[in-house]
Design a protein around this ligand. Structure first.
Ligand code: T3D
Length: 265
């Protein structure tokens, strides 16, 4: 994977890669370059079989303050008019790359996570928030609708009523409240965010990666299916899981009373 990005730091720890949005002076607001770099890094992580878990984080005191509004400001001032569909298409490419990642993706959220940055976190498989997290579906505050998949992910995570409240009022939600309503999986003290994220990422990276890919496919696709179609898909995916080396290894490990060593295959 490229490591010469300007606005995204990449850190490799065995089979875990951490991608850190890195514009701390502006709370990691996403400008065009950061977006391009995030796409490149996420797509590279998807194709690299030696990577078995991806972590998305923010540098400094925030996870991220959403779209860089100075870019919107100069577009409105007539500098470079923004083609909204083209611009959004780039975000959609990133979101789909995260959603289709054939391995788990964890968002580690501290401080502000608003607008499109929050919705990128909502596309990840697991979210860990620090107690100081401030999660805000902040689009309405600048007169926009929630994009970046928020209209899809938000009601599925927290239910329609809560999603409407979050999108219309655009108020901060604390890490603890986010855990309570299912917006994040866990809330931990800020001092433990890094340690907790690393431990979880390592645990997932040492798991049956190919099976994790199949599990993701089953759950995400089943959201859109009736029971019968989901049961059919489950059969297809279980056949694939049954054929993995990791399944055979796990059964053999159980029978021989030893710990399974998963290769991800
Ligand atoms: O293409 C598409 O359709 C995508 C669309 C996406 C839309 C969105 O993402 S909607 C959300 C957009 N983001 C916001 O509305 C957040 C704007 N920022 C704020 O409201 C505040 O900064 C915060 C509440 C997030 C944090 O406040 P605070 O007091 O902790 O920090 P601060 O002093 O306001 O910010 C620190 C610096 O970051 C500051 O720069 P300065 O004054 O020190 O030079 C501030 O201007 C800068 N900054 C914060 N957010 C952004 C930003 N610069 C550019 N874009 C930002 N989004």
């Amino acid at each position: 994977m490229r490591t010469d990005f300007q606005n995204v730091l990449t850190e490799r720890d065995e089979s875990v890669v951490t991608l850190t949005m890195n514009r701390p002076d502006v709370l990691n607001a996403i400008n065009t370059l950061m977006l391009e770099e995030l796409i490149a890094a996420v797509e590279a992580a998807a194709h690299d079989e030696t990577i078995r878990c991806v972590v998305l984080a923010g540098a400094g005191r925030a996870f991220g303050a959403g779209q860089d509004l100075t870019e919107f400001g100069s577009a409105h001032a007539g500098g470079q008019p923004l083609n909204v569909s083209e611009h959004l298409a780039q975000y959609h490419r990133l979101l789909l790359a995260i959603r289709h990642m054939p391995k788990p993706v964890i968002a580690a959220i501290q401080g502000v996570a608003t607008g499109i940055t929050l919705n990128i976190a909502l596309a990840c498989d697991i979210r860990i928030a620090a107690e100081n997290a401030r999660l805000r579906e902040g689009f309405a505050l600048i007169g926009l609708v929630p994009d970046g998949g928020g209209g899809y992910t938000l009601p599925r995570l927290v239910g329609l009523g809560r999603a409407l409240e979050m999108a219309l009022l655009a108020e901060d939600i604390s890490g603890a409240e986010a855990e309570r309503i299912g917006l994040v999986n866990r809330c931990v003290p800020l001092s433990e965010l890094d340690k907790t994220t690393r431990a979880l990422a390592k645990r997932l990276a040492n798991g049956p990666t190919r099976t994790y890919q199949l599990i993701k496919e089953l759950l995400y696709k089943s959201l859109e299916m009736d029971l019968q179609t989901s049961l059919h898909l489950e059969g297809q995916l279980q056949e694939a899981a049954y054929a993995t080396a990791d399944h055979r290894e796990a059964v053999d490990a159980f029978l021989h009373k030893r710990t399974a060593q998963f290769t991800g295959k």
